[in-house]
Write a protein that binds this ligand. Structure first.
Ligand SMILES: [Zn+2]
Length: 272
């Protein structure tokens, strides 16, 4: 379903994990970000692009390589793809594809296209990089920590910030990469919130942010989580898990993520 729309931007949100797929509409081009989840939902996005954005050059930007963000890659065979160098260089691509296949098998989902790892045409290989599409500037910033291959995308003229799986209002940070890298990304987030006049921040999951005050709040919330996770001792972990999961609307779904985060940064091997 569409959760936000203006003349230059449409945001579709999946019923699964409230995952956002954004469509940025330029004069001759359209940039689709992380198209996802169910075949019917992807079909709606395809239909919207084919009808409302007809005859435009299609780009797909993958914010990072988590399986839910790349699974519709082959649904858009003519698109020019954009992602980070780390995305291209992931050595666990087969594992990511297995996650898609496992999900589809589990729910008996048939997709009318093959599942392969995205091949990337425009590789963002600098920590800060600018490209221009249709005379519109796209500013990319490295955003690791959740995964090693994440990117923030800012469109300064539109005041839009596509944040990938950071700064969500419905989940605390999920750290699959590293705590230090995650903290660096939050420093970058502060910087972006001051450098640009952001009117809209779109996270990978949950509600968009419509002003700088709310963006700052989300950055501080993520930082508070990271600090607390660093300090909590094993004996206090179950109480701490309750505290952090109960802040969000789907607490039971977050328990494992909190424990996995704790294990990752306290160097215990994951038992799952
Ligand atoms: Zn993710």
């Amino acid at each position: 379903m569409i959760i936000f729309q203006n003349t230059s931007l449409t945001v579709y949100q999946s019923v699964l994990y409230q995952t956002n797929s954004s469509i940025i509409s330029l004069e001759q081009s359209v940039i689709l970000v992380d198209p996802t989840w169910l075949p019917s939902e992807i079909q709606k996005i395809k239909h919207y692009i084919a009808t409302e954005q007809a005859n435009k050059e299609l780009y797909i930007f993958f914010t990072h390589s988590d399986y839910d963000h790349i699974l519709a890659y082959n649904a858009f065979p003519n698109a020019t793809t954009i992602a980070s160098k780390a995305f291209v260089e992931r050595t666990d691509q087969e594992k990511i594809l297995e996650q898609i296949k496992k999900f589809d098998d589990e729910y008996y989902i048939q997709r009318p296209y093959p599942i392969t790892y995205p091949s990337i045409d425009i590789v963002i290989d600098q920590p800060t990089q600018r490209i221009t599409i249709d005379n519109v500037q796209l500013h990319f910033y490295k955003a690791a920590g959740h995964t090693s291959c994440g990117l923030f995308l800012v469109l300064p003229e539109q005041g839009v910030w596509i944040a990938g799986d950071y700064l969500s209002d419905i989940e605390f940070p999920f750290i699959y990469d590293s705590l230090e890298a995650y903290k660096d990304s939050m420093h970058t987030a502060h910087y972006l919130s001051e450098k640009y006049d952001i009117k809209l921040l779109i996270p990978g999951h949950g509600r968009p942010c419509y002003n700088n005050e709310e963006i700052k709040k989300r950055i501080y919330e993520s930082e508070a989580y990271l600090n607390d996770l660093t300090e909590v001792k094993e004996g206090d972990l179950s109480k701490n898990t309750e505290k952090w999961t109960n802040r969000y609307p789907f607490p039971k779904g977050l328990v494992k993520s909190h424990l996995d985060n704790w294990k990752l940064i306290h160097h215990h091997s994951s038992s799952s």
